[in-house]
Design a protein around this ligand. Sequence first.
Ligand SMILES: COc1ccc(-c2nc3ccccc3n2[C@H](C(=O)Nc2c(C)cccc2C)C2CCCCC2)c(OC)c1
Length: 218
Amino acid sequence: KEKVEITKEQQALMKIITDAYNRHQIPQDVAKKLLQDQYSAEENFLLLTEMATSQVQVLVEFTKNIPGFLSLDREDQIALLKGSAVEAMFLRSAQVFSRKMPSGHTEVLEERIRKSGISEEFITPMFNFYKSIGELHMVQEEQALLTTVTILTPDRPYVKDQQAVERLQETMLDVLRKLCVLQHPQEPQYFARLLGRLTELRTLSHYHTEMLASWRMN
Ligand SMILES: COc1ccc(-c2nc3ccccc3n2[C@H](C(=O)Nc2c(C)cccc2C)C2CCCCC2)c(OC)c1
């Protein structure tokens, strides 16, 4: 049984990324808004686009704090941001949905989202993903590193120097793997389960355009 140990450098890397992840949060708490009032499909669509837009700005600021990201080719940085924006948005939504809330709040939030205007056919895959993320009970370091690993996906469209992105992603995956072993010692499969969510995330994000196009306006 090999002793898993996070090195000093990896500790520092994890702190930089987690602090940046927590610092670059969306200002307004959309869950609180949704719990307070019921909005029309049009208002919800507007809220969704506002959230998605501010999320992209937050993502850009966050990536500036990923050690090595700014050393990548400038055009590759943009390709990585464009390629991961929707996935990062669903990941953030899953984390917001899975947050510990006073009893009954999650059910109300789920109801508001089901009735938001999104087409029926997308509700099940979306909530299946949210619940599968929730079941992982990720600590904030794992959430930050998982988002970082998602951004540093080498095979996004138009990435020229895939090797450079792969090297960066591997650095992050190594820290994440060790963190999972240390945080979930009874669950040796935890890291694999975590990465499996990224496959589900990519599938869900393929629906995104269709989800918007089929939004049920009155
Ligand atoms: C069509 O694609 C989506 C994407 C996300 C959601 C979504 N899942 C959520 C889970 C918890 C809380 C809110 C949640 N959202 C929306 C939201 O704002 N997501 C969000 C964004 C966009 C950026 C940053 C951060 C977040 C949370 C609410 C937008 C207003 C209508 C209701 C959904 C969605 O719901 C139908 C459909």
